[in-house]
Structure formats: C-alpha cells, structure tokens
Write a protein that binds this ligand. Structure first.
Ligand code: ATP
Ligand code: MG
Length: 567
C-alpha cells in the first residue's frame, strides 16, 4: 500500500456494516470476538460483477476484523446446478485474490441435519405436510393487503405428518403432491411468514448427493440454518432479502440450533448498459449471442478477466461505489475509469498499427535495420526496455496521415515533420496513389540527428506517431470490444433486452501489423497498444504464430474528442 492508498483508506468513513460490526465487537455481542461471514452463491451460473461487490464485502470485512469468510455453495436447486459452475466460482474468487482457506461448504453438506430439524419441527407440532396444489397454496396465501387462510391440512395429526414426510423422502409421492410447511401465521403482514414451505419433492439428481434425496429444503429454511451451523456472525445479503428477515430470525431461533447469526441487507450493484442476472446471462449464452460465459463482452468475472481487466481495478471499482442501503445505478464509465487508472500503471507499452499505411523513408539505407531501446512503461521505471527494429519501410496508422489536413491537425501531411515514437523525426515529401486515387504509400525523409526522438536544436514537432517496421511486423487478429448493449437500461424501451444489443460490440481487425516483440505476449500480461487502447492476448484463441488480442478498454483520445467537439 503506498501513501496515497493509506490516506484514502483513513479518510474513508466506516460504512454501515463496519459500524455495526465495530459496535457488536465493542459490546461483546460476537462469540470469541471472531467475525465470521460467508459468500453464498447459488451454482446456477457464472459470477458477475455484481457478485464482486458481495465477495469484497464478505471477504473484506472478515479480513479487516481478523475473522474469516466461508465460501458456501448454495446448492439446493439440483436441476439448475452444475459442477462446471461450482468450479468456475472457485476459480473466479481465487483470481480476485480471496481465500476461504479450509472453509469451503455446501448447503448440501447439511441435508441430514436439515432433515432432522424438519422431523423435530413436525414432532413438536410446528410443521405439517400440505397437499394443496401450487395454485391453491397461492390462493390460500392471501395478498399484501389481505390475510391468508389456513390450509385444510394444517391440523393434520403429528403421526400422519411424520408418516407422509417419511414417504415423501422415500419417493412414494410424485412431485407437487405434497410440501412440508412451517406452522407460523397465515395472517402475518409479512407473506414470507405465512407458513413458508420447508421441503418440496424433486426427483432430480444432485451434483453432490446424487440420488440420495428426492426432497430438497427451501432457501428460507436452508440458508439461516446453514449460517447457524457454520457459526456465521454477520450474514450479509442484498436488499431483496429484507422481507425474508423475519423468516430468517424464525429459523435461527428453532430450539436446538444454538447459534444466532444476524442478517443485514445492502443495495445490490447495478451498472447501466449491463445486465446482471445469471438467468439472463445464461440466455445470452444459450441463444449464441455471445460465444460463452467467458465472452469478453460478458459482465461475468471470467469474461472481464479474459477481456483484460485486473482484479485490482475491479476491487477499486467496488470500493469507489461503496456500500449503501439504497438501490442505485452506477455509471459504466466508472468501471472503465478504474480500468484505465490501473492499467496505466501496469500495462507494457507496445506498438501496433491497426489500419496500416506504408511509409517509405527515401533517404534511409536500403536493407539496414537499427534496433532501438523502447521504454516499456513510462509510469514504471522498473518495467525496463525492449528492442524494436527500425528500417526504411514502416507502417503507420492510416489516420495519422492526411493529404489535406484540417486546422489543428498535427500529424503527418505533405511538408510536415513529426516524431516517430522512440526513433526519428520524419518529414513527408510525397504521396503515392493507386489508380482509384487512394493513398497507397507516403514518402518521407528522416533527420539522422533526431535519433531517439530529439534534436540538438530542440526543434519542436507537435505530432508523434507509432509505427512498425514492415519487414519485421507480425500479423494478428485484434478484437475491438464495446458495450454489449447500446441502451442505458437494456429492455426498458420494448420490454425485451435483446432489442438493445449493440451491433458493433465486436469489431474484428485482421489488417493489424504488430511489433515483433508481441510474439512472446501471453494471456495475463497487461498491454497498452500505444494510442489504441489497453489490450490482452486472448486466453482461448491466442497461439504461437496466430496472435489474437482483445481490447480491454480504449484510451482517451484527445483528437477524436476534439474532432467530436468541432462537429
Ligand atoms: P442473480 O440474480 O444474478 O442470479 P443471485 O442473487 O441469484 O444473482 P446468488 O448466487 O444467490 O445470485 O448470489 C450470491 C450472493 O451475491 C448473494 O448474497 C447475493 O445477494 C449477492 N449478489 C448477487 N447479485 C448481486 C449484485 N448485483 N450486487 C451485489 N451483490 C449481489
Ligand atoms: Mg439466486
């Protein structure tokens, strides 16, 4: 941590969860003064940026207060859950830099205990087997403004409840024929307290317990009891669970549970132009709109990682967003801002020409190659230098030349002198065109005195261009990514988010000329293609002899901004 970070940390006031925890610690409300949190994803999809907020909160609070954070896979819905997701979740959290140590749990670890607790509840007359159909349950439940009605099965004798529940477990009854419900209060103003279901029948194979069970416990029963079994002190979740808190408190107060965690709710992270729901993201994958969960346009951790974001920039992003109790939408630009801030410090600068235009230096000896030392990162002297070849024929970016420049254009045009990054000053002396009149190549002379990018007379040039030596360049595929959705709130206009897909979210450039050092690039290495943005080798498709790079985020380009203003 450098000084700035430390100051920022100290200046930041405590968020509401930190205040609660410090108060609990100060007043002896935490057993052994050990804060225990958990991150409880349901393995029904890949984690997304929203989850990063919850991960940073849960693991971060445990870290800050010397406690621990459990990773618990909330695997009570066997039909939608897959081992692939379970593995991806662990990979993603580890990549973010968090460690659950020995504390990896599954809700399914507690199936036996949950079953025993359910049987006890029946024995004490606090739970009953209900034969109402799903529609009837709904009808009996009442509404927000009207109380519910008791099910005719509510007074079923204990012995019969025990027998039926056992038969449910043995698979003697079809799905939907019975549920086990807690006997709470059908007139409660909180609908979640109107005899919530505890168990349902589901003939589904579970990724971990196989075919052992054909009854599965419900979320409102499983989650609080799992928290209690693990000794969780602060159970942090998103606001939509606020209405479930009374059910949570009921479950953790069942006789014999023995530990009372508390639930606290915070506002989930929303970002404009993005969808953050596993169900919808799965739909994009299934429809083939993206190439998979790790498509670099996906807001999944695996997707943005492949796109080239660092864990640090994502943690910085959620720290800047902060923790609140009121829903809000964070601007996508903040995410890109954090990426640029971070990548500026760590990315290795290299030269890649995306849209090449040949530049011939007519007074430079034919067949000669000079090797320049190029600084890898002006922000980081320890990043060192690399060798780049220079020769008579180069490529520059087509947009870096104009035959008839508008006012304020400082790059190359006939008669103008510019600096070639790391190399020499060149002056444009001529333009060669093809039969259609398109500029095919430009001719320049160079000033041998300007080697390394300055001259003795300290003559000023306003433009600097990146370039690649034609004879040494390698070719590769460059994938320019943009937002997946073009509308700020996808689906708001028509009700269908597919109507707001951005047709230009991926532009593949196959003309690029890359400096030869890039043949050693590998996924995980942060790169800046000078003037073109931040990039990373693609973790799936990049291969020796067939480079593929993804654009993480653009740089702020002062020229295009200025051009936009002039329009
Ligand atoms: P989704 O709606 O995307 O499927 P979820 O809430 O169903 O998300 P879970 O796997 O149940 O996903 O989430 C694990 C944890 O992450 C929960 O505690 C949940 O509250 C939290 N979480 C999910 N989405 C967000 C979000 N956008 N911002 C902050 N926390 C989130
Ligand atoms: Mg969920």
């Amino acid at each position: 941590m450098d000084m700035n970070d430390m100051e920022r940390k100290e200046e930041r006031s405590l968020n509401f969860l930190e205040r609660i925890i410090e108060d609990d610690l100060a007043n002896g409300r935490v057993p052994d003064n050990l804060i225990v949190t958990r991150f409880p994803p349901e393995p029904n999809g890949y984690l997304h940026i929203g989850h990063i907020k919850s991960i940073c909160l849960n693991f971060g609070l445990a870290e800050k207060y010397g406690g621990r954070c459990h990773l618990r896979l909330d695997d009570t819905n066997p039909e939608k859950e897959e081992i692939e997701y379970i593995e991806a979740i662990q990979r993603d959290i580890t990549w973010l830099g968090f460690d659950w140590g020995d504390h990896l749990y599954h809700a399914s670890d507690y199936y036996d205990q949950l079953h025993r607790i359910a049987v006890n509840l029946i024995e004490e007359g606090m739970a009953y087997v209900d034969s109402l159909t799903a529609e009837q349950v709904k009808e009996y439940r009442g509404t927000l403004t009207t109380p519910g009605r008791n099910s005719p099965d509510r007074d079923r004798p204990i012995e019969e409840n025990l027998r039926l529940f056992e038969e449910m477990r043995q698979g003697k009854h079809p799905e939907g024929s019975y549920v086990l419900r807690a006997k709470l209060d059908m007139a409660s103003p909180n609908i979640n307290m109107r005899d919530p279901a505890l168990y349902r029948i589901k003939f589904a194979s579970h990724p971990r317990t196989g075919d052992k069970w054909c009854i599965y416990p419900m979320y409102d029963f499983t989650h609080p009891i799992s928290d209690a079994i693990e000794g969780i002190t602060h159970s942090i979740c998103t606001l939509e669970f606020e209405d479930h808190r009374p059910a949570y408190d009921w479950a953790t107060s069942i006789d014999g549970i023995g530990h009372t965690p508390h639930q606290y709710e915070f506002a989930r992270l929303n970002i404009n132009y993005m969808l953050m729901s596993k169900r919808r993201l799965l739909n994009l994958v299934k429809l083939g709109i993206v190439s998979g969960w790790d498509d670099p346009r996906m807001p999944t951790i695996t997707g943005i990682r492949r796109r080239g974001y660092s864990p640090e920039s994502l943690k910085d992003f959620v720290a800047r967003v902060g923790v609140a109790k009121v829903e809000s939408v964070v601007d996508y630009n903040l995410l890109e801002f954090c990426a640029r801030e971070d990548l500026n410090k760590r990315a290795k600068r290299v030269m890649v020409v995306l849209d090449p235009l040949k530049l011939v230096i007519t007074n430079y000896p034919e067949g000669e190659t000079e090797w320049f030392d190029a600084e890898n990162n002006p922000e980081d002297p320890d990043a060192g230098t690399r060798k780049i070849p220079f020769s008579r024929e180069l490529y520059i970016e087509r947009e870096d030349f104009m035959e008839v420049p508008p006012k304020g254009y400082h790059r190359l045009y006939p008669g103008n002198e510019v600096r070639l990054k790391h190399a020499y000053y060149v002056t444009c002396t001529g333009v060669i065109k093809d039969a259609q009149g398109n500029v095919k190549e430009i001719h320049c002379t160079y000033d041998p005195q300007s080697r390394g990018g300055t001259t003795e007379d300290k003559r000023k040039v306003k433009g600097t261009s990146h370039w690649v030596s034609a004879a040494h360049a390698i070719e590769g595929e460059i994938r320019l990514y943009d937002k997946l959705f073009s509308a700020e709130y996808p689906g708001a206009r028509t009700g269908n988010y597919l109507d707001d897909l951005n047709a230009d979210s991926l532009v593949v450039v196959s003309t690029a000329k890359l400096e030869p050092s890039l043949k050693d690039a590998r996924p995980g290495e942060y790169l800046q293609f000078i003037r073109n943005g931040y990039f990373m080798a693609d973790s799936r498709d990049h291969a020796e002899g067939k480079p593929v790079f993804n654009r993480t985020v653009t740089l702020k380009d002062s020229w295009s901004k200025k051009a936009a203003k002039l329009e």
